[in-house]
Design a protein around this ligand. Structure first.
Ligand SMILES: Cc1ncc(COP(=O)(O)O)c(C=O)c1O
Length: 391
């Protein structure tokens, strides 16, 4: 039988990542040293009190049943955390769990959009920002981000017609991959813009705890009027190193939360109860590890960026996220080709900027997933490779 697959499924060819992976295996077989900075999986441990809460809850067979709802203890933990951490007061019906922000962003359009509707997404931006709505039959319109604007959108340059038609705008700071942060003025402008055009704001807040230069990460919901116009995705993946647990929250506008809950309840029977206990333990427990880890990311970032600058590659310091956004060195224009050459010559694996949208071309993204000492070695390997001296 010849199976004919959907057009959507054909959008997701493995592409550059499969090629990178093959190359990586080949280098490993040759016994080469590899510095894998391509994937944003933290190498830090999940704090013990979170693991204990999950294991303890997993001893009770009752906790293996469909959970169907977010339990009151979990909602309380989220409400208390948002108030303590961000100064944001939430009601129970303004909070829900999702199985990772990735899943949330893949499905939120089902709650907000009809096929053919428009969603505004950043370019460059994390791929699910546009893949999510596209999977739901929504047309994405990229809004351009430029270095000279600090990678903040030029909201006033979005054509009136597009702004009016857009069902939602996806915004995320600190932003993966460009490592930029947003200031108060931007969020105020965004909320006013959203009200003017009746466009929902979805704020992806995956990196509020990984932010540098003494800044404190905030919440979109802390700004006046935010709850009226949108919701925030808060992920525990990076703050507490729980990427495999798939634990995230949607908080904010209660109508969006309720409608999204209704849609999700058709295919999801609630978060596994031991994970609900894990989330509560993370949010209510000691936060030292979050701060220590942020300081460690900053040290890695300074070692990597500073080291690369010393050897002649002008890579700016990141302002937040667990990544570095590096312009291609002189003499290179194609990020995928450069990535292959870098890996071949130095053993450093990065992600080509073109994977993050049209405006990502000309850059590569490096994940801060190795300790500072390894970063030093990686920098040395790049220096010795001769790749920065293209004729
Ligand atoms: C910007 C951004 N949002 C969301 C996610 C995914 O988070 P989660 O693990 O909660 O699905 C990532 C993961 O790298 C990310 O970089």
């Amino acid at each position: 039988m010849e199976i004919s697959f959907s057009e959507k499924s054909q959008q997701f060819k493995a592409g550059i990542f499969a090629v990178l992976n093959e190359k990586k295996m080949e280098l490993a077989r040759q016994g080469r040293t590899i510095y894998n900075l391509s994937v944003g999986t933290p190498d830090f441990e999940t704090p013990a009190h979170i693991r204990e809460a999950v294991s303890e809850a997993a001893k009770d067979p009752e906790n293996f049943k469909y959970s169907l709802t977010d339990r009151p203890f979990l909602k309380k933990a989220v409400r208390d955390f948002y108030l303590r951490r961000f100064g944001v007061s939430l009601e129970d019906d303004e909070v829900m769990t999702i199985s990772g922000s990735q899943e949330g962003m893949a499905h939120i359009a089902w709650a907000l959009c009809n096929p053919g509707d428009i969603a505004l997404v950043p370019d460059p931006g994390y791929p699910i920002f546009s893949i999510g709505p596209e999977l739901c039959g929504v047309k994405t319109v990229p809004y351009s981000l430029y270095e000279e604007d600090g990678y903040l959108p030029r909201l006033s340059e979005i054509p009136e017609e597009t702004a009016r038609q857009a069902k939602y705008i996806l915004v995320s700071y600190p932003l993966n991959p460009v490592c930029a942060v947003a200031d108060d003025a931007f969020y105020r402008e965004l909320i006013a813009w959203a009200k003017k055009y009746n466009t929902v704001v979805i704020h992806d807040n995956a990196y509020s705890d990984i932010i540098y230069d003494g800044r404190t990460g905030g919440s979109f919901l802390a700004y006046e009027g935010a709850k009226e116009v949108g919701v925030e995705f808060y992920s525990l993946s990076k703050s507490y190193n729980m990427t495999g647990a798939r634990t995230s929250l949607v908080v904010g506008n209660r109508d969006i939360v309720r409608t999204f809950w209704n849609v999700r309840s058709q295919f999801d029977y609630g978060m596994f109860l031991p994970l609900q206990y894990g989330i509560a333990a993370a949010l209510e427990g000691p936060q030292e590890s979050v701060h220590i880890q942020c300081a460690d990311y900053e040290k890695r970032m300074k070692t990597l960026c500073g080291g690369l600058r010393e050897i002649g590659w002008n890579v700016p310091d990141a302002k937040g996220t667990m990544f570095v956004w590096a312009p291609l060195p002189e003499g290179y224009t194609n990020s995928a080709e450069f990535t292959m050459e870098l890996m071949e010559k130095s053993g450093m694996i990065v992600t080509p900027g073109s994977a993050f949208g049209k405006l990502g071309e000309g850059h590569v993204r490096m994940a801060l997933v190795l300790p500072a000492e390894e970063m030093e070695k990686a920098v040395r390997a790049v220096g010795e490779s001769g790749i920065l001296h293209k004729k």
